[in-house]
Write a protein that binds this ligand. Structure first.
Ligand code: ZN
Length: 666
């Protein structure tokens, strides 16, 4: 599971946790187009890694970059030929680069590159080109590649026909979610056929079920539903071969035997496609807490699948930020205390919270589904039984949160949306630390807390599972952020600091996140649904006592929080209910909560937010270019040093990746 960045203001900078404060002024801003801002991040303390650690990081980053094409193909079946077409036109264009057609085309290219395909990475809606079909056809003809192919015809339809592949992931209740989703995880099968197929595979008495469908495309052969497995000599074999090759090189520089074995098992899994091997790998990976360098590499998160089964390919290579990790270690050491005191029915608590390991990390490369848009917190593995028996590993990507924070400083957001000067001061003072702590609590305690009653299907909440799981983790974090325990543990120095995060959370959930939604549309994305669910539920249930108010000043709507302690109690109540829903697999109650609070948008307030936000000209979405790692080698090809630079721009990076890491397009 992952935590995404909310729309947040600039908070006060607390640079104590890194060496960035001493470095030269760093240019975070790379590119700005449509609703996107592209930033760059630093990799502080890379220099302090040992040579073997740098070699390990280097080969893991190579393994990360080789998976790019897999994700593009998973997202939509014509994404790769489409990318080849538009990158070809862009690179060879000899006309006026300031013409309206070319400008619109460039904008489209930037959007597609950012989304790893033709659908917006967040809304899942297809992009609308601002140039004509005739213009593109003429430019493609100039490339001199001969007659139009059937695939090119499909590509043109995908770009220009709004009815083709309109939505990558459709979550609308009551529709066939597979037939109406444009992703390439299923082909020629209905939702009912897929559900029947996996229901037949699942054994309700299996206490250690594999993650069915995680590495498979489901289609039909001779009229029967079959899986095409992502593996060597299977689907995506060419790209997987390059990933495996670089993992094998990385293995030689593993920090210890556990890590070596972990990488070896990942290679076994890519070789066989066997999901039990993936579970074995996941357990070893979870239990390797000694290594400083770490990585995610594989088919991991299932947000791209309307049924929440198939993993989107991603990779993040990172190393532990040792001083900053103190914060999460303290939380982990006290995990059982938090579990025992949580406001849920004791039947739904874990009797023994196992090995919730948590650390603050420095990301070294972002790839696949984590690039360019990236999470700020990650908690893995996702398999419930592994989490229960072996714990989970939870990370906060602090060089990423720091880049967000620095880049947003002074953008006018607080002045526009925060109700008054004292509240702005509160945010300036405490939002950076409480936001990081919220992520820590969400990832290292929230997702790991609670348990299912015996016999409850972990997928019982179906299409609402992701939203309710994120809500559960967020509520756990919100509830404890206000607990005196955090001051007692030395993680906060002011018992009222939590109010900064509470204010931001409610403001975001009730109002400001709406700026990511187009007029007339509902909320679809799981994290956004979760945030509105929590904020709108608390607003309604606190109405009688005016816990939260929406007040008008000078014609503008502001969030006013009158009673922070009561708000904490409301968070606790909702946590209790959502934990019950999860523990009992109460689909009807879960669906009712989501439908009532999480989906619909007040059109009047929505319009106001969009208008106010437009004046600020802040991009609703941000993402990152990667640093460039250059290996210095001796005459035998052995790496003697790895240099990192931060000068590559957005489109040049994308074009380089397409040229040098085209796992499936050559
Ligand atoms: Zn989460």
């Amino acid at each position: 599971m992952k935590t995404l960045k909310t729309i947040v203001s600039a908070a006060a900078l607390t640079l104590s946790a890194s060496s960035m404060a001493q470095s030269q002024p760093f240019d975070y801003n790379v590119d700005r187009f449509a609703d996107i801002e592209v930033l760059r991040y630093q990799v502080p303390d890379f220099e302090s890694l040992t040579l073997n650690q740098k070699r390990l990081v280097y080969y893991l980053t190579e393994a990360a970059l080789w998976g790019r094409d897999i994700l593009w193909d998973q997202n939509y079946k014509y994404n790769l030929p489409l990318r080849q077409m538009i990158e070809g036109v862009y690179s060879n264009y000899s006309g006026d680069r300031n013409s309206a057609d070319f400008k619109a085309f460039e904008n489209y290219l930037k959007q597609v590159e950012f989304a790893n395909g033709i659908h917006h990475h967040y809304s899942m809606d297809k992009f609308t080109p601002g140039f004509s079909c005739e213009w593109l056809e003429a430019e493609v003809a100039k490339l001199g590649q001969g007659a139009w192919t059937p695939v090119q015809t499909e590509v043109m339809a995908a770009i220009f026909d709004p009815s083709v592949a309109a939505k990558r992931v459709n979550q609308a209740e009551g529709e066939d979610l597979i037939l109406t989703s444009a992703n390439n995880l299923y082909e020629g099968v209905t939702q009912q056929e897929v559900e029947n197929f996996y229901a037949a595979k699942k054994d309700p008495n299996d206490a250690t079920p594999v993650s069915y469908g995680l590495n498979a495309r489901v289609t039909k052969k001779d009229g029967k539903v079959v899986e095409q497995i992502y593996k060597l000599d299977g689907l995506y074999s060419e790209a997987i071969a390059r990933i495996v090759e670089n993992l094998a090189k990385a293995m030689a520089y593993a920090e210890n035997d556990n890590q070596r074995m972990t990488i070896a098992r990942l290679i076994d899994y890519y070789t066989t496609g066997d999901l039990a091997t993936f579970d074995d790998y996941s357990i070893r990976w979870t239990e390797d807490t000694a290594s400083q360098v770490d990585f995610i590499n594989g088919f991991i998160e299932s947000y791209g699948d309307p049924l929440g089964m198939t993993g989107s390919w991603e990779s993040i290579v990172n190393f532990k930020n040792i001083p900053a990790s103190h914060r999460t270690e303290v939380l982990s050491q006290n995990a059982q205390w938090f579990e025992n005191n949580s406001p849920v029915d004791p039947r739904f608590r874990k009797e023994a919270v196992k090995g919730v390991s948590a650390k603050v990390i420095t990301a070294a490369i972002l790839a696949g589904d984590s690039y360019p848009s990236t999470p700020i917190g990650i908690n893995l593995p996702n398999a419930n039984w592994i989490r229960a028996a072996h714990g989970s590993k939870s990370v906060t990507l602090e060089n990423i949160t720091q880049a967000y924070d620095e880049a947003s400083h002074g953008n006018g957001f607080n002045e526009e949306f925060v109700i008054d000067a004292p509240t702005r001061e509160l945010l300036d003072k405490y939002l950076f630390i409480t936001d990081n702590l919220h992520t820590d609590l969400h990832e290292c305690l929230g997702h790991g807390s609670g348990r299912l009653l015996p016999g409850v299907d972990p997928d019982a909440l179906k299409a609402h599972g992701s939203t309710l799981e994120e809500a559960r983790a967020d509520l756990f974090a919100l509830y404890y952020l206000a607990d005196p325990k955090l001051v007692e543990l030395g993680l906060l120095d002011n018992p009222d600091a939590y109010q900064a995060e509470y204010y931001k959370y409610i403001l975001n959930g009730l109002m400001t996140q709406l700026m990511r939604i187009e007029p007339g549309k509902n909320i679809e994305e799981a994290h956004m649904r979760n945030r509105q669910l929590i904020a709108a539920w608390a607003f309604e249930h606190g109405k009688k006592n005016k816990v939260i108010e929406l007040t008008k000043r000078g014609g503008k709507t502001y969030v006013k929080i009158n009673d922070y302690r009561a708000l904490r109690d409301l968070f606790g109540q909702l946590l209790g209910e959502i934990q019950r829903i999860k523990s009992e697999g109460d689909y009807a109650a879960g669906a009712a909560l989501v439908e009532k609070y999480a989906v619909k948008v007040d059109p009047k307030l929505h319009k106001e937010v969009l208008n106010r936000y437009a004046k600020l000209d802040i991009a609703p979405y941000k993402g990152f270019v990667n640093p460039v790692y250059e290996a210095v080698t001796d005459d035998n090809g052995v790496i003697t040093d790895v240099r990192v630079t931060y000068t590559e721009d957005y489109i040049p990076q994308m074009l380089r990746y397409s040229r040098d890491y085209s796992g499936l397009t050559k």
